[in-house]
Structure formats: C-alpha cells, structure tokens
Design a protein around this ligand. Structure first.
Ligand SMILES: NC(=O)c1ccc[n+]([C@@H]2O[C@H](COP(=O)([O-])OP(=O)(O)OC[C@H]3O[C@@H](n4cnc5c(N)ncnc54)[C@H](O)[C@@H]3O)[C@@H](O)[C@H]2O)c1
Length: 398
C-alpha cells in the first residue's frame, strides 16, 4: 500500500492532534478521506480547518466507503471498543486513542458506578471489551495501532537505546504524571470516562512501564517480561476536608465518583517492580517523567517541562499569547516553555510509525498487546469512597 486513506472519527481535541501530525505525510503517504463526528458543526469546522472533503455524522457511512483503508478513533473511551470491532468487521485498519477501553456500566448497574459496582465486575467487563477488540482484529486480519505516545517520545526512545547499550537488568521503574485537572465534565464520572486519573492519565505511565519491561525481555531473551500483580492506593483528594477548606481556585479537577490520585506498584514475573504515581490535583503544569534503575545504570527522562528553554518574567502577561506548555497556571517567574511539545511527547513519531506499519503490513511499536495489557493492569485497583480514611490498599492478580 503506497498511500493510507484515513477516515477520522471525532473532530475535536484528539482529532486535531492527530490531523496536525498527519499533515506532513499527506500527499505521498496519507490521504484524509473524511471526518465523522456525532456533532455536524464540529465535523464541518474540522473539515474546513484540515481541508477534508467528506463529512458525516454516521460512522457506518464512513465504514461503507471503499476508499477508506483505516479509521482513526479520536472519540470518548466509552465508544472505542464498539467502534473498533465494527471497523475490523468492515475490514478497516484501526488507530485508536488511549485508553483502549474500560468499564462504562451496564443496564441495571447501581449509580454512581465508581462507588457502587464491585471492582471485580468492572475488571471482567473491561477485559471482555479489550478481548473483543483483539479477537475482531485477529479474525479480520487488520492492524490495531494503539496511540500510546509515551512509547514514541524521543526521551523514551533514548531510554530504550541506553537500556540496550548498558545491557543491565531493569530493577525498578518510577513513572509520574501530574497536572491540575481536566476541564472536561466527562472526566468527573466513571460512566463517561471508565475510571479516574489512573485510567485517563496513568495509562501513559503504565503503558511506558509495561513497554520498557517487555523491551528488556526481548533484548535479553526474546520474550517480554510480563506483569503478574498490582497493588494500588487511590484517593479522591478534591473531596477531602483539606480540599474543601481550600483555596482550590487553580485546580480544575472536580471528581464525582472517580479517583484523582493514585499510586500503583506493578510486580513483574522476574520479581522486579514498577511504580506509577498520578494526580490531577497537582499544580505546576504538566509533569511527565520516568526513571529507570538498572543493575548497572540509572536513567531519567522528562517529557514535559525541562530545561531545553527557560524563561523569566516578573509578571504573567509579558509574553502575551505565546504558548508555553500545557496547564501551567502562570507565566510569571522562571518557566520552561516547550520548543515543540508534540515532538517531546512523541505524537509525530507515533503517527509516522502507524502509517508505516499499515503501509508495510507490520506491527506498530505500540499495538494490540500493549493496549490489552494496559487494560488488564488498570482494570483492577479499588477506588476508595470519598471519606474513607485511611485509603484502602488492595492486592490483586492482573
Ligand atoms: N494521547 C493524548 O495525549 C491524548 C490527548 C487528548 C485526548 N486523548 C484521547 O483522545 C480521545 C478523544 O478525546 P478528546 O479530548 O478528543 O475528546 P473531545 O470531547 O474533545 O472530542 C470527542 C469527539 O468525539 C465525537 N463523538 C462523540 N460521540 C461520537 C459518536 N457516537 N460518533 C462520532 N463521533 C463522536 C465528538 O463529537 C467529538 O468530536 C480519548 O480517548 C482521549 O483519551 C489522548
């Protein structure tokens, strides 16, 4: 296949991110055939902005087009698994945003889901969704490209090369993502988002953690080193007395039945550990970091604010509208404007690999195995009720 003809599904934030990074490939390697969104106005606005010739509000109409080779699913997570299965059945390759899926409730579930539905049932539901996607893509022989951008970020790519060069074993990986909260009302409720900060944000850290351990296994013996159990402590920090006393005007997070802080320890079959800390109640702009402790070296990677560019201003308005980096509360004082946020986070590299994988009929670096494994690791942890004190700790096989 010379040119991959893509149908974009979704027309807002994630779709714009993908379309921006598909732009340099359009013409020689990529054609954007159409855009589908449940909201015609936003689909039309997206089509105008990115010069896309066909607009529809009906996903089946996009799938019915013989000139669509692949669909790019930039829609809410609750729709990922059903849209992916439909696309596979129509013989289309799939690019899907993170997380692959989760548990979004079933008819008859007590509400709020995040507090009332037993977590074992949720894990089973999330696993069933993920396995349905895996079965469908295998049955219909199409590719699934899992948009876990941390795997593609240049700092993580460098970690891979350093791990290979050092030749040591990975004893411990500590990954962290932190920001001051999603503005989306969907992020507040389990039934829309399928989980809290751990699923929305921590999926990146967990994905990178699983990826590096799988990479180590392949480098050393040809087999990925798999996770065997998970311990998690989770909390809804914004519903504590401390947060209620405030002031909290700089924090956007307002969770209803989801956690917004999580600390997760993953144990691997070789006895080593990984720790993931995630919070959407942390001021200071987006932080995205990973540290790897090898038997013979230590590596630190920083995908968000780093010292590539540093700026100082005595007031917040001195740099006007110039974009700095995601979710910083102020441009006053010393700050770290990113020279190219997409590049540091791995979006152009991810899109390039997905397009090449489809063109060359090979697996992408982040594919179905990572997508399913992330679902299985994150499907289990327990969310404490808001007033629970101290937070419960659960151990479970994953
Ligand atoms: N990798 C990243 O860094 C990153 C960043 C942002 C978002 N995301 C992911 O992208 C996905 C989309 O998030 P977003 O921020 O773009 O959400 P959004 O709310 O901005 O956009 C969702 C889009 O889906 C469309 N949509 C909803 N229901 C639909 C349906 N039934 N049929 C067709 N279109 C429908 C909406 O109209 C909208 O255009 C999520 O999975 C999210 O986790 C990933």
């Amino acid at each position: 296949m010379d040119v991959v003809r893509i149908g974009m599904v979704g027309a807002r934030f994630g779709a714009a991110l993908h379309l921006q990074n598909l732009a340099p490939l359009r013409g020689a390697q990529v054609e954007i055939v159409g855009v589908c969104s449940v909201n015609r106005e936003s689909a039309e606005a997206c089509a105008r902005r990115f010069a896309i010739p066909f607009v529809t509000t009906d996903f089946s109409a996009l799938l019915a087009r013989p000139d669509v080779d692949a669909v790019d699913l930039c829609i809410p997570p609750a729709l990922h698994h059903t849209f992916a299965v439909q696309a596979a059945e129509a013989g289309k390759h799939i690019i899907v945003e993170k997380p692959l899926t989760g548990y979004f409730g079933e008819p008859g579930d007590p509400e709020p889901i995040g507090e009332m539905v037993p977590k074992a049932k949720m894990l089973e539901g999330a696993r069933k969704n993920a396995h349905a996607v895996r079965d469908a893509i295998r049955r219909h022989k199409v590719k699934l490209c899992y948009a876990e951008n941390w795997v593609y970020s240049p700092p993580v790519a460098k970690l891979r090369r350093l791990i290979r060069a050092a030749g040591g074993g990975i004893l411990d990986v500590r990954a962290e993502e932190n920001h001051s909260g999603s503005h989306s009302t969907f992020a507040r409720r389990w039934k829309h988002s399928g989980g809290g900060a751990l699923l929305r944000m921590g999926v990146h850290s967990v994905g990178a953690r699983l990826h590096l351990k799988a990479y180590e296994g392949e480098v050393r013996g040809g087999r990925p080193i798999r996770p065997v159990s998970v311990v998690a402590d989770m909390a809804s920090l914004m519903r504590t007395e401390t947060a209620r006393r405030g002031p909290t005007k700089w924090i956007a997070a307002d969770p209803e039945d989801v956690e917004n802080w999580a600390n997760v320890v993953i144990a691997f079959e070789d006895g080593t550990r990984g720790k993931v800390t995630v919070s959407d109640a942390g001021l200071g702009g987006l932080q995205a970091k990973i540290a790897v402790y090898l038997t013979n070296a230590v590596l630190h990677a920083n995908m968000a604010q780093n010292t590539a560019v540093q700026a100082y201003a005595p007031g917040p308005d001195i740099f006007g509208e110039e974009y700095f980096t995601e979710k910083i509360e102020t441009k006053a004082g010393w700050t770290f404007p990113s020279p190219d946020e997409d590049w540091f986070r791995g979006y152009p590299q991810e899109i390039r690999d997905f397009v090449d994988a489809i063109r060359e009929d090979r697996e992408p670096l982040a594919g179905i195995d990572l997508a399913v494994e992330c679902t299985e690791v994150m499907g289990r942890p327990e969310t404490p009720r808001p007033r629970a004190s101290p937070s419960p700790v659960r151990r479970s096989a994953c």
